[in-house]
Design a protein around this ligand. Structure first.
Ligand code: ZN
Ligand code: MN
Length: 481
């Protein structure tokens, strides 16, 4: 029997707000001492009143709008009851039957061997607060409540995904969008974005959903992919053995063993005894509030990508690289605005600059080559002062390392491009004299020999010959032979 996997994702993203969801504690605890950002509210002391963080609501609305969700005119918070040492209140404040938003979708580019676009429906985006963090040590567990009360967005997808590749591409698209609207930094390394993946299997052709396994708390794209692949294989084997899952289960993922393990039978919502949070009044949104927030949403990555393809005639891959990251896109647009040379801007940014950013895992704002310097570099090439190769090679490398201006580097190194035709002609003649074999090859139709000769001329001129003039001159001298 042939099977297909049916996958849905719940994504939790920590919001980039100044303070926590229901208290005024600092929401930035990165690298801070444990339990330093806490107060009676986020520690769940009795009699303390939570107050909703307006910034979190607004950023939640912006993310929901960017995901094409419908903002509900009315929403409320509910208590989701469970007992675990990371939750001092004994419940999480979440949203149950009246969430912030419902019914969105995103378009996702799935890359890889079989590139395609898929549309993934989004069930809802709701808000809640995060729990503390447990660290298990030899003789017990330590708890840090700094994270307790951090605002979270939970983004729930419909089961529209069918492979680990699609699940990961979808998760990356969500990451891009929440970053674009400024609702979350969604930094995986800092645990700001976590996935729960529900996986089930069905014989191809069937439309019903079979019991699923929900893989909890995946914290990297790689573990998401591996865990989903593992679970698809495990459930396929179970089907083939004639004993498919008969009820939903909750499983964990071990990065070490690269396998899922049974945690518990999946709890139904009844088990949480949801009830309306009595300390927080429901929220009502006016159309004007929503419209004003809508205006703050920037051009989104997919739209930007399409615009780059049309406006600058870029191939889709180049347009995607630039639009993936809002800061990089802004950098690119600044370079194009001044240099008026989109082709060179793309070629310089996506190759030489991106190579460094990828190697060092840094963003465009964390390196020394400003957009103005990039413009200057492009202008030096377009004015014929230096060659493209010189620009991309030693000049850029020096700019990147030292932060010096390209003009200064060119002067200091004496890197002028030679455009003097008589000088180039002399070198061409000299090279041809000592390469009789290549001339013979050319006459025999071996066009490659021409490239070799150009290379020899450039070498002789220490890379400073104007490539266009070298090409033309070489053809002329060859024709005159
Ligand atoms: Zn607090
Ligand atoms: Mn949740």
């Amino acid at each position: 029997m042939e099977f297909e996997a049916v996958i849905g994702l719940e994504i939790h993203a920590e919001m980039s707000t100044k303070t926590k969801m229901f208290c005024r504690c600092d929401n930035d605890s990165f690298d801070k001492e444990a339990n330093i950002n806490t107060c009676p509210v986020c520690m769940g002391f009795p009699g303390q009143l939570p107050v909703v963080n307006e910034e979190a609501i607004n950023k939640g609305i912006k993310a929901a709008l960017a995901l094409n969700c419908e903002i509900q005119t009315y929403c409320k918070f509910d208590r989701k009851n469970y007992f675990y040492p990371d939750s001092p209140k004994g419940f999480q404040i979440s949203q149950f039957d009246e969430p912030l938003s419902k019914g969105g979708w995103v378009e996702v580019d799935v890359l890889g061997k079989n590139p395609r676009k898929i549309k993934v429906r989004i069930t809802r985006l709701h808000l809640e607060d995060d729990a503390g963090k447990l660290t298990h040590v030899r003789n017990g567990s330590l708890v840090d409540f700094n994270r307790s009360g951090t605002p979270l967005m939970e983004i729930v997808s419909e089961p529209d995904l069918h492979t680990s590749e699609e699940a990961s591409a979808y998760a990356r698209e969500i990451q891009k969008i929440v970053r674009y609207v400024g609702s979350s930094e969604a930094d995986m390394e800092k645990g700001m974005m976590r996935f729960d993946a529900s996986v089930s299997i069905r014989p191809i052709g069937e439309t019903k959903l079979y019991p699923r396994a929900e893989i909890k708390n995946l914290n990297s794209f790689k573990s998401l992919e591996s865990a989903v692949d593992y679970e698809i294989q495990r459930q396929t084997d179970l089907w083939n053995e004639g004993k498919p899952l008969i009820s939903p289960t909750t499983v964990g993922w071990s990065d070490e063993k690269q396998e899922t393990y049974f945690m518990r039978d999946k709890e139904e919502s009844d088990d949480y005894r949801y009830f309306p949070e009595p300390d927080i009044p429901p929220l009502y949104f006016e159309k004007k509030t929503i419209d004003d927030l809508k205006k703050e949403i920037p051009e989104l990555p997919n739209v930007k990508k399409k615009r780059y393809m049309e406006e600058f005639d870029l191939p889709e891959d180049d347009a995607r690289i630039l639009s993936d990251d809002l800061k990089l896109a802004q950098y690119f647009e600044a370079v194009v605005a001044k240099s008026k040379d989109a082709k060179k801007a793309v070629s310089f940014i996506n190759t030489i600059l991106m190579k460094h950013l990828r190697e060092e895992l840094i963003s465009v704002n964390e390196q020394k080559v400003t957009a103005e310097m990039m413009v200057e570099l492009i202008e030096l090439v377009n004015a014929g002062t230096i060659s493209n190769n010189q620009a991309k090679g030693e000049v850029f490398e020096e700019m990147y390392m030292t932060g010096a201006n390209p003009k200064t580097i060119v002067d200091k190194k004496g890197l002028k491009q030679v455009s003097d035709t008589s000088a180039i002609e002399a070198v061409c003649k000299k090279v041809l004299e000592s390469n009789a074999q290549s001339i013979a090859d050319l006459k025999a139709g071996k066009d490659k020999a021409f490239g070799f000769l150009v290379g020899q001329v450039m070498k002789e001129m220490k890379g400073q010959g104007n490539p266009q003039i070298v090409n033309e001159m070489l053809r002329k001298v060859l024709a005159d032979l």
